[in-house]
Write a protein that binds this ligand. Sequence first.
Ligand SMILES: *[C@@H]1O[C@H](CO)[C@@H](O)[C@H](O)[C@H]1NC(C)=O
Ligand SMILES: *[C@@H]1O[C@H](CO)[C@@H](O)[C@H](O)[C@H]1NC(C)=O
Ligand SMILES: *[C@@H]1O[C@H](CO)[C@@H](O)[C@H](O)[C@H]1NC(C)=O
Ligand SMILES: *[C@@H]1O[C@H](CO)[C@@H](O)[C@H](O)[C@H]1NC(C)=O
Ligand SMILES: *[C@@H]1O[C@H](CO)[C@@H](O)[C@H](O)[C@H]1NC(C)=O
Length: 299
Amino acid sequence: MLAAGVVFSLLAVAQLAATQLPPPQEAPRQALSDLITANHILHHRSIIDSFGHVSIRHPNDSSVYIMAASAGNTVSRAADLYYYRVNDSEPLPFPNGTMPGSVSARSERFIHGEIMRRYSETNAVVHSHALPMLTYATGLISLVPVYHMAAFMGLNVPLWDITPLYNSTERQDMLVNNARFGSALAAAFSNSTSTSDNPSTLPTYPLVLQRYHGFSTAATSLSNVVYQSIYATDNAVVETAQLEARRAVGGEALGSIEALSLNEVQTSTGLGADDYAFRAWEGFAWEVQHLSDYVNELR
Ligand SMILES: *[C@@H]1O[C@H](CO)[C@@H](O)[C@H](O)[C@H]1NC(C)=O
Ligand SMILES: *[C@@H]1O[C@H](CO)[C@@H](O)[C@H](O)[C@H]1NC(C)=O
Ligand SMILES: *[C@@H]1O[C@H](CO)[C@@H](O)[C@H](O)[C@H]1NC(C)=O
Ligand SMILES: *[C@@H]1O[C@H](CO)[C@@H](O)[C@H](O)[C@H]1NC(C)=O
Ligand SMILES: *[C@@H]1O[C@H](CO)[C@@H](O)[C@H](O)[C@H]1NC(C)=O
């Protein structure tokens, strides 16, 4: 005969198992290690801090994505990387079945989940509040590629606004913290008005500014998305410097910003392609691996 205590604890275990989703399979160590390194690179470059995040799609299970729950510089081990379900951004247990406990799931994970849900070839996403980009998140001046390294952005960088989506009772904190906001942001990456029943596998625009908030960018690989985040932010610095220089020479009457031409954009876009992005990644990774502030236990 079972003692009452044992019956209660069996019931408790059964209840837990009923609410907890099945664990994902173990992701390759190299993929997790690279995700830790990406957190360090983007933190070192002031693209992410305690806010802002970078995610990868699980290399062995396209229905799952992986993202750190804490600040970029503090990410150092497998336990810092949480797993989420792509179709609704529900948090999953670790591959060994235990639930992560110490740090809660990212409220803006829906950015990552909804972009990956809509674009099946997107394997990595960054969301950032990098300061140089915020000037262009006001909509006052367009963000345009002013040097070849940022040609991948194209000449029409969308500016997405969450404000029209709010209803009168909703908290208006600018956060993309539910699937409705996430899916509207994901749609801004496409020039197609068709809804999710006819999705394209890749976004039309690799980067979207978020009004009064920051930007998000999506790519087929982690090295590409890191490249895009860094060179778009550098481009914003250069574009702002150009505007200041023009003002200094009394150039307000000179007209619009000097940007790459459409032909130059199309010809230079290869610079955001895999080989270049990987070369850039090797340099960025080397840099953080030689800084003692950044620890990667999976290297
Ligand atoms: C997981 O994906 C990696 C990278 O694509 C691959 O090398 C590995 O064989 C896969 N593992 C399993 C169990 O499918
Ligand atoms: C399960 O995995 C997590 C993440 O790697 C780890 O922190 C935890 O200690 C593991 N738990 C057990 C019981 O092995
Ligand atoms: C996500 O997928 C799971 C498992 O297939 C399913 O039970 C759940 O209803 C799905 N959620 C959405 C929002 O599609
Ligand atoms: C307003 O938004 C809240 C939170 O998302 C939601 O629960 C509520 O149903 C919405 N109300 C209307 C009228 O759409
Ligand atoms: C949308 O962008 C694609 C390239 O990504 C292009 O082929 C297509 O013509 C564009 N459609 C519209 C309606 O602009």
